[in-house]
Design a protein around this ligand. Structure first.
Ligand code: HEM
Length: 205
């Protein structure tokens, strides 16, 4: 048995998807445990918003990595992990927003709207989350059948816009502190993921 076929067999195990869901829940469980034991540092609210935002970005990048990895590793079976990763990215982004609305703004809608109008980075974050919502809502088999494969694919191309908006949100947040280290790493990975797709597209046309 070659390494490739061993990996395929592993990816096709019935427990592989539940195991991925479990892995996806670990950062959230760790954050909740840290919150419950008062281990989130001097500013727990800020830490919670920051961490959920960063995890949303990581899961989104992981979702975008599936297609290149499938091809580069000759593992079509990886496709079954794209949906859980995308839904996880949305759930972390939604929790990130809820943490902000609750811990930062105390659910005062007026303050949230003022923040959206006043701070560009918040506006871009809201746009990213709004665009992620139809993707998450149509990530189930019934929705895919109802939309038809082509229309579903067109709609899900929005994920590239979401990724660019999320990166801009992160960039603007960090630009205020002249701190570009981490943002550059995320930008570099996204450039590689989108560059790979662009390279394939050029070969096709
Ligand atoms: C309604 C939508 C959103 C709102 C209101 C929002 C709000 C915020 C706020 C207030 C912060 C600053 C936290 C702090 O340092 O005090 C932040 C940071 C961040 N957000 Fe969002 N966000 C939204 C959507 C998103 C989405 C969709 C993503 C990613 C997919 C995201 C990723 C991040 C990241 C990576 C950070 C930086 C964390 C850090 O400083 O390490 N956000 N967001």
């Amino acid at each position: 048995m070659t390494l490739t076929s061993r990996l395929t067999a592993l990816l096709l195990q019935p427990w592989a998807k539940p195991a991925l869901w479990l892995i996806c829940a670990i950062p959230m469980a760790a954050l909740l445990a840290a919150a419950a034991t008062d281990n989130l540092g001097a500013n727990p609210a800020e830490k919670l918003v920051q961490e959920t935002g960063e995890w949303a970005l990581r899961w989104l990048w992981a979702t975008l990595a599936i297609t290149p990895l499938r091809t580069l590793l000759s593992q079509p079976a990886l496709l079954r992990f794209r949906r859980p990763l995308g839904v996880t990215a949305f759930l972390y982004a939604a929790i990130h927003f809820l943490a902000y609305a609750w811990l930062d703004k105390g659910w005062v809608m007026d303050d949230i709207f003022k923040d959206i109008v006043k701070r560009n980075f918040i506006l871009v974050g809201v746009l990213a989350l709004l665009l992620m919502t139809p993707l998450a809502l149509t990530s189930f088999n019934r929705a895919i059948r109802a939309l038809g494969g082509r229309r579903w694919q067109m709609l899900h191309r929005l994920v590239y816009v979401v990724a660019l908006l999320a990166l801009l949100h992160f960039f603007w947040k960090k630009a205020g502190k002249n701190d570009f280290g981490e943002v550059s790493v995320y930008a570099g990975i996204l450039a590689a993921l989108l560059g790979w797709r662009f390279g394939r597209w050029i070969k096709l046309v």
